[in-house]
Design a protein around this ligand. Structure first.
Ligand SMILES: NC(=O)CC[C@H](N)C(=O)O
Length: 263
C-alpha cells in the first residue's frame, strides 16, 4: 500500500522527503495507471494552470476525479488546493481544468504576486490538538491562494488574519469579482480545510521541518482502514519552534535514503 505524490510539476520531491521522515515511502504519479493501488494522493504546490495542462495532456483529470469519487484521500497544497476546488477565480485567460470536489471558491493568487510571498506563525488549533506540538505552524505562503467561500460540509482547519497593510494590498486581487469587499483589516481568511476525504492547505508544509500536516493526512488514510500507514511519531519541540535558526532552516532532504522514485 503506497501513498502517491502527483509529480507533473512543483514541490513533489519535498513531499516525498516529508513522508520519508515519517517512515512512509511515497510513489511519484505521472500517469493514470500509476494511481492504481494507491491509498491516497498528495497534489503539491507549484503553478496550477501548468499543472492542469499537464494533467490534461497525460489524461489524468478524469482519473484523479475517479480517485476522489472512490473516497480515497487527497491532500492539495497551494496549487493542489486550487486544483481540488469546485470554483477558482483569478484564473489565466482561457481558464483551467479543475478536479473539483472541494466545495470552495478559491482565489488563485489571493495573497498577491510572487514578491508578496511570506512566512507566518499560523494558529492551527485542530492540528495541534491531534498531533501535539506548538499551537502555531510556520506556514510558507508562496504566491498563495485563499478560500473565499466554503460550503457547509467543509471544516475550517486554519485561518489567517489580515494585517492593516495587507487588507489594502490583497484587496486589489479580488476587485471586480463577486467577492469584492471581502477583504478588511482583521478579517480572517480561510487557508486550510478538510471535507470528507479531501484535505487542502494554501501554504506549503512540505517546505518546513514540521511534519504535523503530513502526519495528519496519513491518519486520514488510517481512517480508511490502512493502519499500516499511520506515521511514526516525530517529536515536536515547542521550545524551539520559534527560534530563528529553525525558521530559516528547511532540512527537507535529511532522510533521502528512505525515498522511492518510481518513474
Ligand atoms: N505556490 C503555489 O502553489 C502557487 C499557486 C499559484 N497561485 C497558482 O495559481 O497556481
Amino acid at each position: 500500500m503506497s501513498v502517491g505524490v502527483l509529480a507533473l510539476q512543483g514541490s513533489f520531491h519535498e513531499h516525498l522527503a516529508a513522508l520519508g521522515k515519517l517512515g512512509v515511502k511515497g510513489v511519484l504519479v505521472k500517469k493514470p495507471e500509476q494511481l492504481e493501488g494507491l491509498v491516497g494522493l498528495i497534489i503539491p504546490g507549484g503553478e496550477s494552470t501548468t499543472m492542469a495542462r499537464l494533467a490534461e495532456y497525460h489524461n489524468l483529470i478524469q482519473a484523479l476525479q475517479n480517485f476522489y469519487k472512490k473516497g480515497k484521500p487527497i491532500w492539495g497544497t497551494c496549487a493542489g488546493l486550487i486544483f481540488l476546488a469546485n470554483k477558482a477565480i483569478g484564473q489565466k485567460s482561457g481558464g483551467q481544468e479543475l478536479i473539483g470536489g472541494l466545495d470552495c471558491t478559491v482565489h488563485r493568487n489571493f495573497f498577491g504576486c510572487q514578491l508578496n510571498s511570506f512566512e507566518t506563525e499560523l494558529p492551527i488549533p485542530k492540528i495541534a490538538a491531534e498531533e501535539g506540538g506548538p499551537e502555531t505552524f510556520r506556514a510558507v505562503f508562496i504566491r498563495a491562494p485563499a478560500i473565499l467561500e466554503a460550503g457547509p460540509s467543509v471544516e475550517v482547519l486554519a485561518e489567517y488574519t489580515l494585517l492593516s497593510n495587507e487588507s489594502t494590498k490583497f484587496c486589489s486581487t479580488i476587485e471586480n469579482t463577486e467577492n469584492e469587499g471581502q477583504c478588511q483589516t482583521g478579517q480572517k481568511v480561510i487557508v486550510a480545510v478538510k471535507q470528507g476525504n479531501l484535505l487542502a492547505t494554501a501554504f506549503h508544509p512540505e517546505l518546513t521541518s514540521d511534519t504535523r500536516w503530513h502526519s495528519y493526512f496519513l491518519k486520514m488514510l488510517g481512517e480508511n482502514g490502512h493502519q499500516s500507514l499511520v506515521p511514526v511519531k516525530v517529536k515536536q519541540d515547542p521550545e524551539n519552534s520559534l527560534s530563528s535558526s529553525q525558521i530559516r532552516d528547511l532540512p527537507i532532504f535529511q532522510q533521502t535514503e528512505v525515498l522511492s522514485f518510481e518513474l
